[in-house]
Design a protein around this ligand. Structure first.
Ligand SMILES: [Zn+2]
Length: 271
């Protein structure tokens, strides 16, 4: 599944290709993904417009133009790849974007949990408006997170993965940051001290940055050199390691299920 680091890498790959370029044509091969695609509206607002910037919030990618932004989400299986022509190469190519630089970008999403929507500059879009701060920005400070979590009885793991509190933190990065900061995943979010929030946010930012750095190599896939999905295979310290020895204390890594997702943690190192 594309996580925040993959979306950041994609943003960085797109910037030199489409920033300040005119989006000349959009071809949609279907009218809905997770939500209906507002094709007429997008055509009216985006076609012929210069892309002023490519931005990211959480796992959403924004192609900004004068009146707002086209917002893309990759869902469970989405990719954006550069191809030599508008002709679909992959089976699940749902949209093609042609730029004045003769760049063709294909949006591919076999499971169709992704989305493409329009966010007006003034009112935004409900998907974005209710998002918490992006974890890589200064807005996601320990002070602010502690304030958000005040009186919350939910577990810290569920809190980290709640997009209304913090944008785009997936299961892998929640597990990794809790392990690295020694915080038990079942600890109540509202009872975490400011000092521990400080450690947690530092570790979260660090593990995300490490993955972004490691992701440079997957740009090969973006440019179409091979057919693999190209999601990061960063070696994680706790995620997916049930029954394997903890890298700190050698005790066996445990697993529990929280809000339907597996949490991997060390009973000895995380309190
Ligand atoms: Zn341990």
């Amino acid at each position: 599944m594309p996580e925040l680091p993959e979306v950041e890498t994609l943003k960085n790959a797109l910037l030199p290709l489409i920033k300040n370029q005119v989006l000349e044509e959009m071809i949609f091969h279907r009218a809905d993904l997770r939500f209906p695609i507002p094709i007429g509206l997008l055509d009216q607002k985006m076609t012929g417009q210069r892309v002023a910037d490519v931005a990211r919030k959480g796992k959403y990618l924004l192609w900004e133009v004068a009146e707002g932004a086209m917002v893309l989400h990759l869902g469970m299986s989405g990719r954006v790849v550069q191809r030599p022509s508008p002709q679909p190469v992959e089976k699940h190519c749902h949209a093609v974007f042609k730029f004045s630089s003769n760049v063709f970008l294909h949006f591919i999403d076999p499971r169709r949990f992704g989305c493409i929507v329009w966010a007006p500059r003034e009112s935004g879009h409900p998907l974005l408006n209710h998002l918490g701060p992006d974890p890589l920005t200064a807005d996601a400070s320990p002070e602010r997170m502690k304030q958000f979590a005040q009186n919350r009885k939910t577990s810290i793991k569920a809190f980290l993965m709640d997009a209304h509190q913090l944008a785009g933190v997936g299961n892998i990065y929640a597990c990794e940051s809790l392990f690295r900061s020694g915080i038990h995943p079942l600890r109540q979010a509202g009872r975490l001290s400011l000092k521990r929030w400080g450690k947690l946010m530092t570790e979260l930012k660090t593990v995300l940055q490490e993955s972004i750095k490691a992701g440079g190599s997957t740009l090969r896939d973006f440019y179409g050199a091979d057919g693999s999905p190209g999601y990061y295979s960063t070696r994680f310290t706790v995620y997916g390691r049930e029954h394997q020895p903890c890298m700190n204390c050698q005790e066996s890594i445990s697993r529990l299920v929280q809000t339907g997702r597996s949490t991997f943690y060390c009973k000895h190192c995380q309190k």
